[in-house]
Design a binder for this molecule. Structure first.
Ligand code: UDP
Length: 235
């Protein structure tokens, strides 16, 4: 988490626009089957392991992530970092009123946080140029986009450079959490890595996403076996 925050600080300070992705296992499954989405993930400046599923896939493939860096936690830590550094944050997404509530809450948690602007996430294609112009006018260093995945990643891949924000990150349902519309799992459930189960039980629509997990794990196992086979063949 500390490394992720430090990387984002450097990305803000460097030129250009950079996409940051917190990759959960559902997104990993999408990346495996959808080439367009995979390209977006592979060209991101920073990808973190959001959730136990991604950590497990990493372990199967021999990549040891130091820890889980979930979007909802990284959002809070980035707001802290932006408050310290004087960076400006734009909040784009979620239902009307929710991004305002989230920005208020984060401003109260992190004194001095500079909110560049706020816009809800239910915009038609016609309104899109106006949203991009609003973000660009507000000159943010960081734009947080809460449209859900893969909508937010597609949006950032297409429009981040136009917004001229230094860093853009999709944050899924994080504004709902900070805006008081949904609750995180209790700390002990998060600590033992069962947040996914808690979310499924609270929001049954998440079953469908969870159903993709065994397939992703199987794919990782297959990949590992084929690598081993190739190395025994060549070695
Ligand atoms: N959302 C939005 N515009 C849309 C669709 C979704 O602003 O057109 C918001 C929605 O209100 C919610 C967030 O995107 O705040 C999606 O949250 P969810 O927890 O479903 O994201 P996921 O974790 O599935 O990526």
């Amino acid at each position: 988490m500390d490394e992720a925050v430090a990387s984002v600080r450097s990305l803000v300070q460097s030129g250009g626009s950079h996409h940051v992705i917190t990759l959960n296992v559902t997104m990993l499954g999408r990346a495996a089957r959808d080439e367009g989405f995979r390209r977006i993930v592979n060209s991101a400046a920073l990808v973190t392991a959001d959730g136990m599923g991604t950590l497990l896939v990493g372990r199967i493939l021999g990549v040891r992530f130091p820890e889980r860096v979930a979007g909802v936690d990284l959002t809070d830590r980035l707001c802290a970092m932006c408050a310290t550094e004087g960076f400006r944050v734009f909040f784009f997404g979620a239902a009307p009123g929710v991004a305002e509530a989230a920005a208020d809450r984060l401003r109260r948690r992190h004194h001095g946080l500079r909110v560049a602007g706020i816009r809800h996430g239910y915009v038609s294609a016609d309104e899109e140029p106006e949203v991009i112009a609003q973000i660009r006018r507000s000159a943010p260093d960081l734009v947080l986009v809460a449209l859900g995945s893969p909508k937010q990643e597609d949006w950032l891949a297409r429009h981040l450079a136009e917004t001229r924000a230094r860093v853009g990150m999709g944050v899924g349902g994080s504004f709902d959490v900070y805006g008081g519309r949904s609750r995180l799992a209790p700390e002990w459930i998060r600590a033992i890595g069962l947040e996914w189960l808690y979310r499924i039980l609270r929001e049954p629509r998440r079953w469908r996403a969870a159903a993709a997990i065994p397939g992703v794990i199987a794919l990782a196992v297959k990949e590992r076996m084929s690598r081993r086979w190739k190395s025994t063949k060549t070695g």
